[in-house]
Design a binder for this molecule. Structure first.
Ligand code: CA
Ligand code: CA
Ligand code: CA
Ligand code: CA
Length: 306
């Protein structure tokens, strides 16, 4: 039990180090004003939706993972622009006080008996990523498990409105074909919900450039990274839909990676309650009635050594 938070800490250290401002992305980069960038991205996405139509293409690598191709409208185009599609939906995603519009072509929600993933769950997906200039930068035609806590905001928030497949069939070669009722859509991600000014090295994505993902959701799993019995999404105490920014005991480990959230020496698992089947009982116990649940309250249990 003690090893895994340490491993995470080391990993976090490596990540922080590799992302430090003096790495090969160039030192002293000053990031632009997010409000100004959003205003530009908004126009760019709107223009794209008005000037393009789409076609859904079969994928020879995987019949489940169809790719949505966008083409510019010309005089001869019969198809309507994306902006007029019956599948186009939009939701507001608020980050750091900015209300972003997140557009999606939501072709199919998925099997109604399957759960929708949260912003902090694991998702089994295929995807195809391109910039708004239609440069393909990434593609996963074979289903891959991704951790939403590590995915960019637009990708993970987009996926929360889909459901998985009802079932699957195993092929003789050991691969799987999912029932054709999984979640399927396209998400248009403004850079403020993506990589903003710091795009992955070698990706070919421009700084402050909107990106587009076609994706399929086959399965999702509620994640509990620190195995303290509280799923990741319920460790988002400040309700920002970002599990990275909550660290109740300020020990450098965010709550979702910390098996003793309040740092009182009593594991979180022992400060919450489970029913006979091992399911978490809500609301969380607040034994001294001070409004703070026991697992987030360093004053409970009281120190009995005196
Ligand atoms: Ca947890
Ligand atoms: Ca902590
Ligand atoms: Ca925790
Ligand atoms: Ca504790």
């Amino acid at each position: 039990m003690n090893k895994s938070p340490l491993a995470f800490l080391i990993l976090l250290g490596i990540i922080l180090f590799s992302c430090s401002p003096d790495d090969d992305r160039g030192s002293g980069i000053e990031l632009r004003d997010p409000v100004e960038v959003w205003e530009e991205d908004k126009v760019e996405i709107q223009t794209f939706l008005e000037t393009h139509y789409y076609e859904i293409e079969e994928n020879p690598l995987n019949e489940n993972a169809r790719v949505v191709v966008f083409k510019e409208i010309t005089e001869d185009t019969q198809e309507p622009p994306v902006i007029e599609s019956e599948f186009l939906v939009s939701e507001t995603v608020t980050v750091s006080g900015i209300d972003y519009d997140l557009f999606q072509l939501k072709f199919r929600e998925g099997n109604q008996e399957r759960r929708k993933p949260t912003f902090a769950d694991s998702v089994l997906v295929t995807y195809h990523g391109q910039t708004i200039r239609k440069t393909v930068f990434d593609s996963a035609p074979t289903p891959i498990w991704l951790d939403n806590t590590e995915n960019i905001i637009g990708f993970r928030e987009g996926l929360t409105s889909y459901r998985g497949a009802g079932g699957f069939t195993e092929n003789p070669d050991g691969t799987f074909i999912f029932d054709d009722d999984f979640g399927f859509g396209v998400v248009f991600i403004p850079s403020g919900l993506g990589y903003f000014g710091q795009t992955p090295i070698g990706s070919g994505i421009f700084s402050y450039e909107p990106i587009i993902f076609t994706y399929q959701l086959y399965r999702s799993r509620e994640s509990d990274h620190d195995r303290d019995g509280i799923p990741n999404w319920l460790e988002d105490v400040n309700e920002t839909r970002n599990v990275q920014d909550v660290d109740t005991d300020n020990n450098g480990l965010p709550n979702y990676l910390d098996a003793d959230d309040d740092g009182d020496g009593v594991p979180t698992r022992e400060e919450v309650e489970f029913d006979e089947e091992g399911n978490l009982i809500l609301p969380f116990p607040d034994s001294n009635g001070n409004g703070t649940p026991d697992h987030l309250d360093p004053t409970w249990p009281e120190d009995e050594t005196e």
